[in-house]
Design a protein around this ligand. Structure first.
Ligand code: AMP
Ligand code: GLY
Length: 427
């Protein structure tokens, strides 16, 4: 099978690393891919994920059997629809189904229609009623830009003053551009966060596993929200009983609801959840693609072949009885550029990567790197640079292996959290 993966980050590096192990694979391509991805796949560096015409032409020209779309933006822009129109099997939802992530207002209204548990909320297109609603709420709330903002368009507001300021920033100063033309104001949920992953062909489901990421930049969940500073799987807060509730109250109703509304969801449904003290799950957000860096941990943990699963989902013939084997635990620690998630410098040489063997249970996934000018080794090229991912017989072993590998790696300004997976370990 000839497979094309769309994207260039750590998540795509992990997908490619896993797909490359499939006995069913005949050739693997990436667009645009990256210098690190080029180790396993033919990269079409000139074909950007946003250029839908170029991707469709590439997939047709290379007689690709399956396209796997990594990031959300091309899905929201209709890439999967375009590819399917050309008869090319594609793993990833249609633009209509991708609204589950692309519009927070769509997702909230959908959950309300289908009685899926989520925080109380209201949607605003003008700032005055938003300010008035905040005054009425009188409780900590969360203000969110409606559109895609790379996980950063969310302000956690302890009090009304912070919430008013967030509205001014999004709707007045337009920090997130058009994404802030509509905002959602919702109740601040308390509990422990987890994410849950399931693959669907639009009708049937194969469940993957739960994971947790660390969104804040600094140890102890301080600092700004980022795209994710590390992740681990499984998530201990998702016990068997909690998983059952997630499936019955969230995953099945979502897949059924989307089909019923005429937008069958085909791809991976990534549910961001808050699990409260009594083990009740509430949806914080839906994503319509694999999480980054959760996928790095999930795929290092996952046993068996990913390719037939994605292919069956893309072709509408998923077997819900498919059993997936999982290693005990995996941890991914992100190494970021100094200053991330705000301004940072790129072009810093990375040393010590050679010490990581890229074996099955310890892998350095590249999120933002490029070849150094000399052609020897890599240098930094993004905010999140590397995701050092290790598997272990338990989460402590996995974490210790990841940090031991990190001790060998350095670049100017390198920052990372020292407490990835501590929420699982200190329970
Ligand atoms: P989102 O982009 O909606 O996933 O929000 C990003 C992060 O903000 C989430 O992962 C949570 O940590 C936090 N968050 C969002 N909404 C809420 C909420 N209603 N209550 C508590 N935390 C939230
Ligand atoms: N790590 C969170 C995300 O991929 O959205």
């Amino acid at each position: 099978m000839k497979v094309l993966v769309i994207g260039a980050g750590g998540r795509e590096h992990a997908l490619i690393w896993k797909l490359a192990q499939s006995p069913e694979l005949t050739s693997l391509h990436a667009a645009p891919g990256s210098a690190a991805i080029a180790e396993w796949a033919t990269c079409h560096a000139g074909t950007k994920a946003a250029d839908l015409d170029a991707i469709v032409a590439l997939a047709a020209g290379e007689s690709i059997d399956l396209v796997v779309v990594g990031p959300e933006d091309p899905l929201a822009a209709g890439l999967a629809d375009r590819l399917r129109d050309r008869g090319i099997a594609t793993f990833g939802p249609s633009a209509a189904a991708a609204q589950l992530e692309g519009s927070k207002a769509f997702a909230k209204d959908f959950m309300q229609r289908h009685e899926i548990p989520t925080a109380r909320y209201a949607v605003f297109e003008e700032s005055d009623p938003a300010h008035a609603y905040i005054d009425e709420l009188k409780s900590p709330c969360v203000v969110k830009a409606d559109g895609l903002a790379a996980g950063k368009g969310v302000a956690m507001c302890e009090d009304a003053a912070a919430a008013h300021a967030a509205i001014d920033e999004m709707m007045g100063a337009r920090r997130f551009g058009d994404a802030g033309d509509r905002v959602v104001v919702e109740q601040w949920l308390r509990g422990e966060e987890a994410s849950y992953y399931a693959i669907s062909d639009g009708e049937r489901i194969v469940t993957l596993a739960a994971a947790q990421d660390h969104k804040r930049a600094l140890d102890g969940d301080r600092g700004e929200n980022t795209g994710g500073m590390g992740a681990y799987s499984p998530a201990p807060v998702v016990t068997d009983a909690v998983e059952k509730k997630i499936l019955e109250r969230v995953v099945y109703p979502t897949i059924r609801g989307m089909a019923k509304e005429g937008h069958p969801f085909q791809g991976v449904l990534f549910v961001g959840l808050m699990v409260d003290e009594s083990g009740e799950p509430f949806v914080i957000e839906f994503n319509v693609r694999f999480g980054d860096p959760e996928t790095q941990a999930l795929l290092v943990r996952m046993e068996g072949d990913l390719l037939p699963l994605l292919d069956d989902a893309a072709r509408g013939k998923l077997d819900p009885a498919t059993g997936i084997g999982w290693g005990e635990a995996a941890v991914c620690v992100v190494l970021a550029s100094g200053g991330y998630p705000r301004d940072y410098e790129v072009g810093q040489p990375i040393s010590g990567l050679g010490g990581i063997s890229q074996e099955d249970s310890l892998v350095a996934f590249h999120a933002g790197t490029r070849r150094s000018e000399s052609g020897e080794g890599f240098e930094t090229a993004g905010g999140r640079v590397l995701g050092i991912t290790a598997r272990g017989r338990d989460v402590v072993t996995a974490r210790d292996r990841a940090y031991a590998a990190i001790d060998q790696i350095s670049f100017e300004g390198m920052q990372y959290r020292n407490d990835i997976a501590s929420r699982a370990i200190d329970r």
